[in-house]
Design a binder for this molecule. Structure first.
Ligand code: PLP
Length: 263
């Protein structure tokens, strides 16, 4: 069984964050080693509280997770603050753990910051240069690039800018544009590649970014190249979204992904 390292936050609803990562990896037949960066209290009303794991403990978590374990890829989700970004980046510089996927988690869809200002700056300076792929949605792409990303032309401009500025590949996710959800894969040295999709659900679904980036890491761990891995991750997510269920007493609240086994 392949093993990947997932680094991210705990969501008590278990629809997003590291619990979603574990379920996604399991659905791929992959074992996820888990390092928690932050314990959050959040629900459909937004982020209520978050407590970062102190850097010394985070470093010990990282060391324990990979000690004597062959790791084939890394997925990074919520980081919370600058100290966490710094600790994770320093650790990755010292350990070759395979391709790194960074989901540049900035905000919860229901509201609330998941990475502070200094952390955002450090993410681009220290972490993205270590990444194989970063997976921004439109708002995250705009924050990384410093210009609005609200149509497919701007997605392409953003994908190229990320490759050029940060030296990593990007999957820019277009699911928040109206119409069919197109994603764009930009890899250094290759022409941009569009991945078409079909809209399966018109309601909000919680944890889609987490599940997509972990599915991508699982596929990179198997040895797939970026475009093929992104295609497979998109197929996985389409099924998970199509099966998403209402999970609270409020039928209008964001739905929870279904983590179907995937081959
Ligand atoms: N909470 C944690 C810990 C996360 O890592 C993420 C996304 O990566 C979210 C919440 C956001 O979830 P969503 O915006 O899909 O509701």
């Amino acid at each position: 069984m392949k093993q990947i390292l997932v680094i991210g936050g705990l969501d008590p609803g278990a629809g997003a964050g590291i619990t979603a990562d574990v379920k996604t990896a399991a659905a791929h037949g992959v074992h996820a080693l888990t390092v928690v960066t932050s314990v959050t209290a959040q629900d459909a009303g937004g982020l209520r509280a978050a407590m970062p794991v102190p850097p010394e403990l985070l470093l010990e978590e990282l060391r324990s997770a990979v000690r004597d374990v062959p790791v084939a890829a890394v997925k990074i989700g919520m980081l919370g603050d600058a100290a966490t970004v710094r600790t994770v980046a320093a650790f990755l510089r010292e350990h070759d753990l395979g391709p790194v996927v960074v989901d540049p988690v900035l905000r919860a869809s229901a509201g609330g910051s998941l990475l502070d200002g200094e952390g955002r700056q450090l993410l681009t300076e220290e972490l993205l240069p270590l990444a194989a792929l970063v997976t921004p949605n439109l708002a995250e792409a705009a924050a990384l690039c410093g210009f609005p990303v609200d149509d497919r032309a701007a997605m392409e401009k953003a994908g190229r800018a990320i490759v050029e500025r940060f030296g990593c590949g990007a999957v820019v996710k277009g699911g928040h544009l109206p119409g069919a959800p197109f994603d764009l894969v930009c890899v250094p040295g290759q022409a941009p590649h569009w991945l078409p999709g079909e809209r399966r659900m018109h309601r909000e679904v919680h944890g889609t970014g987490c599940a997509f980036s972990t599915a991508l890491a699982c596929r990179l761990a198997e040895g797939l190249a970026s475009v093929a891995a992104a295609q497979a991750a998109k197929r996985y997510l389409a099924a998970a979204i199509a099966g998403a269920e209402s999970a609270t007493h409020d039928p209008d609240a964001p739905r929870r992904l279904r983590f179907f086994p995937h081959s």
